[in-house]
Design a protein around this ligand. Sequence first.
Ligand SMILES: [Zn+2]
Length: 341
Amino acid sequence: MTDLTSFIAGLPKAELHVHHVGSASPRAVAELAQRYPGTVPSDPEALAAFFEFTDFGHFIEVYLAVVDLIRTPEDIRLLTYEVAREMAEGQSLRYAELTCTPYTSVIRGIPIEAYSEAIEDARTAALRDFGLRLQWIYDIPGESGLPAAEATLEYALKHPTDGLVGFGLGGPEVGVPRPQFKPHFDAARAAGLHSVPHAGETTGPETIWDAIRVLGAERIGHGTSAATDPELLAHLAETGIPLEVCPSSNIATRAVATLAEHPIAAFRDAGVVVTVNSDDPPMFSTSLNQEYAIAADLLDLDEAGLGDLAKAAVGASFADDAYKRELCAEIDGYVAASGKN
Ligand SMILES: [Zn+2]
């Protein structure tokens, strides 16, 4: 495992399912906690303890505490830039589609124009300073219902940023039926945005069918419960709709009881395109590297298999074709070089 660990650490990667605030690094949070003393410790050790995942309730507490520390456009710029730093320097990411929830910042008083400018500034800086390409997915926080959906659609259509490529839907699934968001996804898709809702993480396969048939999903966030529906697995395999699998997150939220019971191998065996992602990495006490190590274990992958996994994420991304070829070639080169050692 040790050899694979260092191989994974250096493997050039793309990530497709990772949340903006949920990726707040302890370093960025420490800086924000110093700006706004009170609820979150700024001392590194106390902060590390605060971040340690204990249960889902504590995750929500940490998440909301960080949301509360984002009060100005400059805070958003810092958060985004530090997320990019960790992606590039810590996880060897070359490309990421970061899911942002502008609604939660706008309702706290940051105008959407300033929000867009802040994330775009960070996007430019990430490419310049870290060689990391970022693109955005704006997601509807499902728990906030139709007003959030309407607002998020308006941000996407009336204040589009250069990096915006996708339209998503997060938050709880229970009690938040997907079909109510059909008009919003229809309008976002008509404007050229890709449909990437979360589905089937905490509810059954019918939510995934809704995401595909009603919301036009081009990838599925999680899709864990697809494992219980052979017809759905066959449909995913046939259409090539990828799953954004986040193993540690699934354990943390209890979507799956144990890693040994995780359906990722069943997805692969059914011919479904599987990508591996970290969701909210510091808050689930994980990293993309660790998720790749877990996947290597569950799928019994060697270096070449891990290279294929990394290329699957590139293929399932919304990057342009020329860049996809370039990044896949870099991954192939890395795998080939590791074989010679
Ligand atoms: Zn997610």
